[in-house]
Design a protein around this ligand. Structure first.
Ligand SMILES: [Zn+2]
Length: 359
């Protein structure tokens, strides 16, 4: 018997996982997926480690899921891919016996039609099934003024909460480059969120729904780069948490659920510190891309002489190579490396056996 329901979780079920994470000082890995291969690998890992997990798609990941040949000028392929991936995740969460929070990653204002279309679909889906497809969506309006950011988030949260969908917001800017959004030369003061900004957002949103998570900037950067002039300052999360707790008259609590973006390359100590300040979700993308790449690269290196021609290898000139070049072989090697690396992420996040009811 698992602690959380098996399948995709919604509303209060999601908040129960995050509350449990704060109580027991762990965070969930939120893994970016782009294919059935990566979705299934996330399920395989979470099932093996008996812990809940967050599966997320970007609009680029959704487009890839649907197929890169499809036109996407209105993000219609991104929408279709995210619906298809969502249905796959629902089915596989049951098959693997895993509790999953299903989420979409960064959506800037210029791409908001992506979320609009996903919500249109889910309102009809909700009417039929009594639940949405996605547990939560992220709106990253950090390029806008904070007043505008939060005003738009309020409107979306009103709409989303009616069908039991949660919202992740972004305050301040995550440095680096991801999915075609390049913040690598942004003013460094914007890379650090102020506690008053966190309270402002919390105060405006919490009255609409308590299904809200906050990606705050504390010197985190997307991707892996050489150490630069931006320094990770998890203390910002601690100060923000204390500021909000004081303002709402609940000192010594952790009212805010923080999300850690751009954590690739962070030390285990930095991750543990951030979890101590109420980080319940850590996005994992770059390190998983690298792991999958390693699996493909090493396979082709190891079997170089068996994939160069359809017939003929070091064992004989007339030997067929079909069993070596079957794409399932190389993809499985990518998956296995992905799973191995993701297991390390779960361990770093103290997220082992978190779905065992006696734990
Ligand atoms: Zn991010």
């Amino acid at each position: 018997m698992s602690k959380f329901r098996t399948g995709v979780l919604f509303g209060h079920e999601v908040n129960e996982v995050y509350a449990d994470a704060k109580t027991h000082q762990y965070a969930l890995p939120a893994v970016n997926v782009v294919s059935t291969s990566t979705v299934n690998s996330v399920m395989e890992t979470a099932a093996k480690l008996k812990s809940p997990v967050i599966v997320q798609l970007s609009f680029g990941g959704g487009h890839f899921y649907a197929g890169k040949s499809l036109p996407n000028e209105n993000l219609q392929a991104s929408v279709a891919g995210c619906i298809s991936a969502g249905l796959h995740v629902h089915k596989m969460a049951e098959m693997y016996g895993v509790s999953v929070i299903l989420h979409t990653d960064h959506c800037a204002l210029k791409n908001i039609t992506w979320i609009d279309q996903l919500l249109d679909f889910q309102e009809a889906y909700y009417a039929e099934h009594g639940h949405p497809l996605y547990s939560s969506h992220m709106l990253d309006l950090s390029e806008e003024l904070i007043e505008e950011n939060i005003e738009i988030c309020q409107r979306y949260l009103e709409r989303m909460s009616k069908i039991n969908i949660g919202l992740e917001i972004e305050l301040g800017i995550t440095g680096g480059e991801e999915d075609g959004v390049d913040n690598s030369d942004v003013d460094s003061s914007k890379l650090y969120t102020q506690p008053s900004e966190v309270h402002y957002a919390y105060d405006k949103l919490i009255g609409i729904s308590d299904n809200v998570t906050v990606a705050a900037s504390f010197g985190n950067v997307h991707g892996v780069y050489k150490p630069g002039n931006v320094k990770l300052q998890p203390i910002i999360l601690k100060n923000s948490q204390a500021f909000v707790a004081e303002k709402i008259g609940k000192p010594d609590t952790k009212p805010v659920s923080f999300v850690f973006h751009g954590g690739s390359g962070s030390s285990p100590d930095e991750i543990t510190e951030a979890i101590g300040y109420g980080v319940i979700k850590m996005n994992i993308d770059t390190d998983m891309q690298w792991a999958f790449n390693e699996g493909l690269r090493d396979y082709y290196t190891e079997f170089k002489d068996y994939v160069a021609t359809q017939i003929g290898n070091p064992d004989g000139d007339d030997q067929p190579n079909k069993k070596y070049y079957d794409p399932r072989k190389v993809l499985r090697n990518g998956e296995e490396r992905f799973v191995k690396r993701l297991e390390e992420c779960f361990a770093d996040l103290n997220c082992l056996k978190r779905n065992e009811s006696q734990h």
